[in-house]
Design a protein around this ligand. Structure first.
Ligand SMILES: [Zn+2]
Length: 211
């Protein structure tokens, strides 16, 4: 799933309890992806490009069910005992694990149960059907906005970033050459998407009552 729709998950968590601050929720839903960016820069995880498509060959430390549960549990402990906020701790833990669960729907079979065994691998592979991928993600983002009862500007943010994802979803063949030549480019693009969608969702989600 692309950054804007992971970020939209934070809107679901925010609506559940309107006293929860949005920023930690936005961080929680992308924590796993931030780890992937970091691990990719460090060379601990890697992707490849073959058959004209990007494959996330090796990402068991950031994106496995086990590491998602561990990251969620650690986040819970930090927020619960460090910041003394149990409700936020529960929401943040759900946010962290939501990322892995949602990615299992969209990814190819590349999400392991744990980093300790290379089987089984999970992933429904919706990413292999770009138009279907676009429609499902777009509908999910709109649903999060509707559930949150967001402003019209927030709706535009979700619509525009989803449309901007289309070229990435449809990219194939020679269009992916820059990512082969410069391996740091893909994690950098993903990091940029995370940061910019955080900014715009944070900014416009706070103006709830605006028409
Ligand atoms: Zn991910």
């Amino acid at each position: 799933m692309y950054a804007i729709n992971h970020a939209s998950t934070a809107l679901l968590l925010r609506k559940k309890d309107s006293n929860l601050p949005l920023l930690p929720l936005l961080i929680s839903v992308q924590l796993v992806e931030i780890l992937w960016v970091l691990f990719s820069y460090l060379g601990w995880e890697h992707f490849s490009i073959s058959g004209g498509k990007v494959h996330l060959d090796f990402l068991p430390y950031s994106h496995s069910l086990f590491s998602g549960v561990v990251a969620a549990a650690l986040s819970f402990c930090i927020v619960n005992w460090g910041f003394k906020n149990r409700r936020l701790a529960i929401a943040v833990a759900i946010g962290v694990i939501s990322h892995v669960i949602i990615d299992m729907v969209f990814h190819e079979k590349d999400i392991r149960l744990s980093p300790f065994s290379d089987r089984p691998v999970m992933g429904l592979g919706i990413i292999d059907y770009p138009i279907l991928n676009f429609i499902i993600e777009f509908a999910y983002g709109i649903f999060c906005w509707w559930y949150f009862k967001g402003s019209r500007r927030l709706l535009w943010v979700i619509v525009i970033f989803n449309v901007l994802d289309l070229p990435m979803m449809l990219a194939q063949g020679y269009m992916l050459n820059p990512f082969i030549t410069y391996p740091f480019l893909l994690p950098s693009v993903i990091l940029f998407q995370i940061l910019i969608t955080w900014y715009f969702v944070f900014r416009y989600a706070r103006m709830k009552n605006e028409p």
